[in-house]
Write a protein that binds this ligand. Structure first.
Ligand SMILES: O=C(COP(=O)(O)O)[C@H](O)[C@H](O)COP(=O)(O)O
Length: 318
């Protein structure tokens, strides 16, 4: 798949979910590097940068995307020999994909320790990391039941329900607005994350914060399963995560919108759950309270405020 094809599939959400987006972007850079002739360093660097820019422009919120692209592109820093540059970049991209897959499986193992036999778990959207915890608990023989939300407007909950059903897990499929109604039957909530800021706020699929609020009210634990590259280094220097707003066509047809002349459709794709409503963040490096986000960014992503944002050119300002 070319960089352009990958970018288009990410934009149209054929490739979706923060972890998958990051892996596909890294793989696209690897493949792109292999197609370049390798004779002229300046044009190699320029072509790779254009590819990186295109990939990062596809969706603005999941910080895994710029984190993955930056990690791969940083392999070119200070390298003038094209053969070394290509080898470094391709190795880094392949290593990122490998480590990302390993991270999801580690998260599953760590997350399963937070689930008890007989638990009822609620999950929202379709998160590989959150599902890894649930599937691992089931594989270990725990008798668990899941509430999976529909996830309007793109119905990612259908994918989640299918995965759970195929695994033989008893699943209740509910509309998003039924989450509070059923919260009294739930023991814990587990969601994924698209970004985690330095103050421990979690950005995830729209509706997540309402579920976290309902869980808080009902004294139900709210856990977030996320690879460390979902943490946003740019938030250390005060930058904000841009919340994507997608086309109104995802919610109401153009015909209907024409009829509703005074109606504006708003379609934010993600929302922000404050750290206060998050009990734990399960990563491949262990379990952290949201208050430790700064430490995770420094120690796991090896980044602090003395790194200038030119190393992380893709953090958007709101
Ligand atoms: O919000 C979504 C997906 O949104 P979209 O469908 O708009 O991309 C997922 O919960 C996170 O990306 C985490 O997923 P994962 O754990 O798989 O990275």
């Amino acid at each position: 798949m070319t960089v352009e094809e990958t970018a288009e599939k990410i934009r149209t959400m054929e490739i979706r979910g923060a972890g998958r987006i990051a892996r596909y972007a890294a793989k696209a850079l690897l493949d792109h590097s292999q197609t370049l002739s390798g004779r002229d360093m300046a044009s190699y660097r320029k072509e790779m940068q254009q590819a990186a820019d295109l990939l990062v422009s596809t969706r603005p919120t999941a910080v895994s995307l710029p984190n993955a692209v930056n990690l791969v592109m940083k392999s070119l820093m200070g390298v003038s020999d094209i053969k070394t540059a290509k080898t470094n970049l391709e190795e880094r991209a392949a290593a990122f994909v490998r480590r990302s897959e390993e991270a999801v499986s580690k998260i599953g193992k760590i997350g399963a320790r937070n689930i008890r036999d007989g638990d009822v778990v609620l999950t929202h959207c379709n998160s590989e990391a959150a599902l890894a915890c649930i599937l691992e608990a089931h594989q270990q023989g725990m008798d668990i039941e899941v509430y999976a939300t529909e996830v309007r407007p793109r119905n990612q909950g259908h994918i989640t329900a299918r995965t759970l059903s195929d695994a033989g897990i008893k699943t209740n499929f509910i509309v998003d607005s039924a989450a509070r109604f059923f919260m009294k039957e739930v023991d814990l909530c587990i969601t994924g994350a698209d970004a985690i800021t330095v103050n421990g706020s979690v950005i995830n699929k729209i509706g997540t914060s309402q579920i976290a609020l309902a869980a808080h009210e009902a004294r139900v634990s709210f856990l977030v399963a996320a690879e460390t590259y979902k943490f946003a280094p740019c938030t250390i220097v005060g930058e904000r995560i841009l919340i994507e707003e997608r086309s109104p066509d995802e919610i109401l047809s153009p015909e209907m919108r024409k009829e509703l002349r005074n109606v504006t459709v708003r379609n934010p794709t993600f929302d922000i759950t404050p750290a206060d409503y998050v009990d734990l963040i399960i990563t491949e490096a262990g379990v952290f309270p949201p208050e430790m986000a700064y430490t995770v960014i420094r120690e796991q992503l090896h980044w602090d405020s003395s790194d200038l944002s030119s190393d992380y050119p893709y953090c958007e300002e709101e």
